[in-house]
Design a protein around this ligand. Sequence first.
Ligand code: AMP
Ligand code: MG
Length: 403
Amino acid sequence: MDVPYFVEVDEARRIAAEVLEGLPSPSTVMVPLSEAHGRVLAEPLHSRVDDPPFDNSAMDGFAMREADVPSVPTTLPVQSTVAAAAHDDLPPLQPGHAVRIMTGAPMPPGADAILPIERCEVVDGDVTLTAAARTGFVRKQGENLRKGAVGLAAGSHLTPAKVGLCATMGHPEVPVVQRLNVAIIPTGDELRPAGEPLRHGEVYESNSHGLVGLVRGMGHKAHHHPAVEDTLDGLRQTLDDAAKSSDMIVTSGGVSMGEWDLVRRLMEEEGDLRYWRVKIRPGSPPLFGLWKGTPLFGLPGNPVSSHVVFRLLVADAIRAWTGAQGPRETTVRARLLDPVKSTKDCLTLRRVTVSLEDGEMVARQPRHQGSGNLESLASADALTLLPPGASGEAGEIVNVLLL
Ligand code: AMP
Ligand code: MG
C-alpha cells in the first residue's frame, strides 16, 4: 500500500493540515454578539474604548484624599453622594471631606482613595473611619485594556467570557469564521435510531449524536445523516451528495479490515486516501482523504473510538483549517491510583475520573475499558495520554486530557 499506514498522531495531524491548507479557507462574516457564542474570531479585535473608561470606585463606601487621613480613627464631613452612572461633571472633592460613593461610580476630581462602607460609622453628616482608605480600591481608567489594544486575538474561540469582552470593548458585532458544514454519516446495517424496536443483532445508533455535538461545540454546523446501510452503491451515493453539500465529511464505521468495511474500500478504490490507521488506542482504524474534492475523515465504528478520534484528529484538523485556537484542549498531570494498561506502539487513551485529593490531582479508572463501552466515556472526566510502552502502574504521574 502506498498511502501512509499506521502513522503517529502527529504525522496524521500534519497530513490532514497540509491537505486542508490547499483548500479554500472559510470566509469571514459579521455577526451580532447574540450569535457570536461558540464562534471563532476571524480577525484580532481592538478595544474601541479604555476599560474601564474612567477612574471609578471598586467598593461601596467613601471617596477621599489619602493624605487627609494620616491616622485612624478620623472623622470627615460628608460633602455629597455620587452614584454609578453619574453623567454630569462632578464637583471636585473639597480638602478634608469625604464623598459617599457607589461601586462603579466615577471618582470625584481630587479624590484618590476609597474606604469601604464596612470600615466606617456614619453619624449625621459625618463619617468616622475605623481603617485607612486605600488607593487600591480605585479602578484606574484603562487599567484592564487601553483603547486600540488587541483584547482578543484572531482565532479566539468565543466563550461566554470572550463574548462579554467584545461588548466591553464596544463591538456590537464581530468578524467570525464562516461556519463549516460538516456531514455526519454513520454506517452499518445493524444500526437503528433510538426509539425504534431492536431486532436481535441490532444496536442503537449513537455515534452521530456525539459527533454532531462535538462539531457544534466547535462553532460549526453539523448535518446529521441517518445511518447508511453497508452497500457500495448506497454509500457512494451518500458520499457524492455530501461532497456537494458540505465542507467536510465525517463517517463512522466501516474502516477496519473486514469485508464489510466499505468506507475503507470506497476510499481505497475510488477516493483520494491520504492515510489509514493511526497509532492510538482505542481508535486505531481511522482514515483520512478526499472524496470528490471534499475532505473526509472515516472514524471507527466503536462508540468510544469515534469520539476519541474526533477529539484527537478531526478537532485538530478543523482548528488548523479555520485558524481557531479553541475550544482549548487542556492537559494536566495526575497520579494514577489504579493501574492503566498501555500498549506497545500506540498512544493509549483510557477513560479516567480525576479529582483533587490532599492537594494532588489523582486519576482512577473505575470502568472496564472496552471501546464499545460508551458509559465509560460518559462517566469519565479525562483521557490518559500514555505514550507507547509507558508502564501505567499505580502511583505513576501521567498526562491526562480533560474531557
Ligand atoms: P465497524 O467499525 O463498522 O466494524 O463497527 C464496530 C462496532 O461499532 C460494531 O459493534 C458496531 O455495531 C458499532 N457501531 C458502528 N457504528 C455505530 C454507531 N453509529 N453507533 C453505535 N455503534 C456503532
Ligand atoms: Mg460496520
